[in-house]
Design a protein around this ligand. Sequence first.
Ligand code: G3I
Length: 364
Amino acid sequence: MIASVAAGALVGGRSWAGPPATLAAAARTAGLRFGAAVRASALDQPRLRDILAREAATLTPELELKWAALEPAAGRRDVAGADRIAAFARSHGQRLRGHTLLWHRSVPDWAARELASGGGWGIVDHHVTATVGRYGALVDEWDVVNEPIEIGARADGLRANVFLEAFGSDYVARALRTAHAAAPRARLFVNEYDLEYDLPTHRARRAALLRLATTLARRGAPLHGIGIQAHLDLGKGMIATDELRGFVAALAALGLTVAITELDCKEVDYIRPADERDRLVAAHVAGFLAAVLPHPATSAVSCWGLTDDQSWLEVTAADRARFPGAWADGSSPGLNRGLPFDAAGRPKAMRDALLAAFAAHPRS
Ligand code: G3I
C-alpha cells in the first residue's frame, strides 16, 4: 500500500520519497499545474496563507483583476488588491492566472456607458494593455474573454454583451490580439461555464464554444486555450464523460490547451453527516477529473478557493427549504463543502480525489 508508506521510508532497501505531499507537487508529476482562486482580503488569514503557499502553484485573483475592480471610475485605477496577491505569489514562487480582461459582469458603469455610446476600442485597449502590462511574466495565462457564450439568444451562440453590441462578433479576436500585443509570451484563454453535464444547455454551450474556438483558430487569432470553469453541482446529474472527452479532443485538434479554471462543487443534500457529504463531493469531482485529465491537452486544474469558508457557493434558502424541520433545534447545515479543505483548514476527501486523479495520470 503505497499510500501507507511514510515519506522518506526505506522501500526495498532504497530510500523512497513517498507520494507527493501537496496538490501542487502531485499535479506537477502529472504534467499539470494546480492552482486556486483567492481574494486579497483572505490573505489576512495566516492559516489560508499557509495552505495557499503549500498547495498551489498558481493563484487566480477571484475579484481583483476584473475591470470594475481595477477601474471603478474612469482613469482611477485601483491595483492594491491585485498587487497584494501578486506580491504573495512572487514571494512563494507562484504564477498568477489573469482573470479576467473582458467579462460582461465586470464592466464598470462608466465604461459600459462609453462603449454603448460609440466610444470606440480605445478604452478597451487601454484597460487590457495597462492590466496585462502591469504584471508582466508573473501572469502567464490570461482569461481574455470570460463567458462569451449565451444559449438561446443569437444564432451564433455568442452573448449579446456590451462588447458585441459595440464592436460586433469580432470583439473576441480583437481582444485576443490586443492582449497578445501587450503580452506576446502569455497563453490566452476564453473561459466558459456550464460545459460539464449531459443537459441541453450544456450540450448547446459545448457546441457553441467549439464553433467560436474553430472560427478563432481559422482566423489565426492568438487563442491558446479554453478554460472549462467546472462549477460542478450534485443536482445536475451525471458528468457527461464521453461528450467532455470528445470536447477536449476537438479543442486539442485545433491546437488548443484546456485548463480547468474554477473547480468546485455545489451540494444538494445538507442533512447527511459531513464525511458522507465529503465522499459524495469527492466521487463527483473524481468522475469529472477522469473525463478531462487523460487527454494531454489538459494543462492545469484550479479550484475556485481552497477552503469551504472562502467559497462563493452558499447554502441557500431554497436548499434549506428542501429539508422541512431540519435544523429546527437551532443547529445549522454549515457551509457548502465543495472545496478540498474545510473551514478549519483540514484536508477533505476532495483533496484525496485530486491527488489520486493526478497520480493516475503521470506524464513525462
Ligand atoms: O466585499 C463586498 C462586501 O464588502 C459587500 O458588503 C458585499 C455586498 O454585496 O459585496 C462584497 O463583494 C462581493 C464579492 O464577490 C466578495 O464577496 C460582490 O458583491 C460580489 O459581486 C462578488 O462576487 C464575485 C463574482 O465573481 C463577481 O465578481 C464572486 O466572489 C466570485 O466568486 C465570482 O467568480 C465568478 C468568476 O469570476 C467567473 N465564473 C463564475 C464565478 C462564480 O460566480
